[in-house]
Design a protein around this ligand. Sequence first.
Ligand code: ADP
Ligand code: MG
Length: 753
Amino acid sequence: MGVANINYIFVVKLYEYITKKPINMSTLRYKAVEQAISRPTLKVEAPSVKTSEYFAVNVFNKKKMQEYLSQEAFDSVMQAINKGTKVDRKVSNQISSGMKAWAIDRGATHYTHWFHPLTGATAEKHDAFFEPASDAYVIENFDGGKLVQQEPDASSLPSGGMRNTFEARGYTAWDPSSPAFVMDHTLCIPSVYVSFKGDSLDYKTPLLKSIEAVDKAAVDLCNYFDKNVTKVNVGLGCEQEYFLVDDALFNARPDLKLTDRTLMGHSSAKDQQLADHYFGYIPMRVAAFMREFEIEAYKLGIPVKTRHNEVAPNQYECAPVFEEVNLAVDHNQLLMTIMRKVAKKHRFKVLFHEKPYNNVNGSGKHCNWSLLTDTGVNLFSPGKTPKTNMLFLSALVSVIKGVFEYQDILRASIVSLGNEHRLGAAEAPPAIMSIFLGEEMNRTLNEIETRVSGKKMSPDEKTELKLDVGKIPEIMPDNTDRNRTSPFAFTGNRFEFRAVGSSANVAFPMMTLNSIVARQLKEFKKEVDTFIEKGVNKDEAIFQVIKKFVLASKKVRFDGNNYSEEWVKEAAGRGLTNVNDVLDSLTSIVSRESKDLFSEMKVFSEHELEARLEIDMEKHTKKIQIEARVLGDLAVNHILPTVYRYQNVLIENVKGLKSLFPGDEFEKMAANQMETIREISTRAGIVNTKVNQMIDERRKVNVIEDIREKAKGYNDNVKPYLGEIRYQIDHLEMIVDDEIWPLPKYRELLFIR
Ligand code: ADP
Ligand code: MG
């Protein structure tokens, strides 16, 4: 218990002693507000003025490896990173001792495999370096075996039935492609997590497999144009949105504490209407928090670059410079951890939930995705020459066609209970997958479609087309002036997947995107090769397939307002799918096309997909169950007693009026109060009834054995009560005396900083 807590309890006790009254919840609310508004801004000092001097000090990167490893060990790690080769057992001993020496120099006493189980958070199990040896000597021990593989006995992590709990064998294995780092005196070794039989139990394993698939498919495409390309990397830059709230206010809201969102709360009279928060001045206390977490991020080699206020009050964003996707995913997870830790020091809580507050914008995590060759070419940068533009167009149309053909699977990769509140709520793209290309690109594709249409091209036409294509400017005008309503947008040299939720582990959507695009690139090559086998020359063959892809995927291109009603209608007319139900959408990952896609790309086996779905369904069930319980408790134990208390005040007031003004006058004078007394009874009655009905529904659903049926039960029969109960409570909040309202209000949560 911290000093602050002891003080707090002391103050409460003192208050109770002096006033001879037990403290009530509203007093706690006021206390929290008082604490929140009087927080000092912390002073933050960087280890050195120049970021470059301490950037990645806590990362076992190439430079440190060169220093601490033998040439043989260093080469072996480099090979593993660049070519995906296995590290020899003997060499792994050398690597582990070098890594240990470095970590101990950085103050580490423990080590852990750091991995991404399917809980969505990261997991670690620390072991000390030392081991008792004979004669009470203690030696610092960490051998190659422990570096390469561990068995964390993490029998409670979700596995979707792939790992029997009694067997409990899950293994973590070192992922050399993401460098080890020291955090809180612990050497963290990024790892994959698989079952005894080799099934993936984490987010990283399928991501790594998808990287391999898209690398191979993209290299094959590039080799049509340039034989020197041997590797294509996936680039990812995540824009992380989040809310901050003072921790005293947070702690006075059991719903925020237990469900990451507010389950009730009437809108603040002013919130984001004036758009005065967006890109505005960053409040000092917040700026100090940002500065400190950025410093911590730099020490771990995370290149955070951008920070700004977002649309909703107390909503912010940060974005690092893009990196290789596996590293970027690790860094995003790590960044979220660092932000949580640093926030504690500044007495903030970071809310990563997609929709912590009703009626103001929610948070997303835009994923900027691209493909980059080892020869320095970005496949999505239109080049200056027709040759590079051919490559660009081939890659571009493969992505477009992939999104078109696998819309359901792509959507399934981003849906969740939290993201559901955000999608389609006129603040984030709806559940219809479409691509924004911008005027220039659309014109180019339309031209290809008509030019090549039907007949074989004459040499002249081909040259003309090439020249036209060659005229695509390198930086397109709509790179800056761009449509922000699209779930998937081409932004000049990359795609921006905007439908991803702020709390997501982006490994899943990135794995999906990589697999989809790998599949299309493979098809692209197959079709080109078929033309070539028929004697068509290479350029012509490529043109033909580009055109074919353009035609096949035209329906998924949309540059208009994705938030509009018209688009929903038009999309339906185009035959695009629009799945608003989370569970229906999730189920797409076990469809025939999904199973075929992921097994062809060697990313998931069929039963791994079934297991993922099971885990997601269970998560959905449990989250609704928790929300329902919390809301029930709050309604019955906090809200109803408060509203009855206020109702009694009104009743006393009416009685008093009646004794003072017995005549006609009374009726008039008490009319408003009587009305409010009635309204309270009605609304409180509904709350009571609905809470009981919700409990009944839970009882019914709880006995369902089948995981999918149970999730459906919770989704369809329990979830609707959350909104209905809230609706009544939010109205009661507007009626009841502010002084006795127990929970911090929206105007406090959103505006105190
Ligand atoms: P905006 O808000 O305008 O979308 P931000 O600056 O907030 O832009 O974030 C853009 C993100 O896109 C950054 O992480 C940036 O590094 C990343 N990015 C830029 N170019 C590429 C690229 N070629 N591939 C992947 N990500 C990229
Ligand atoms: Mg941004």
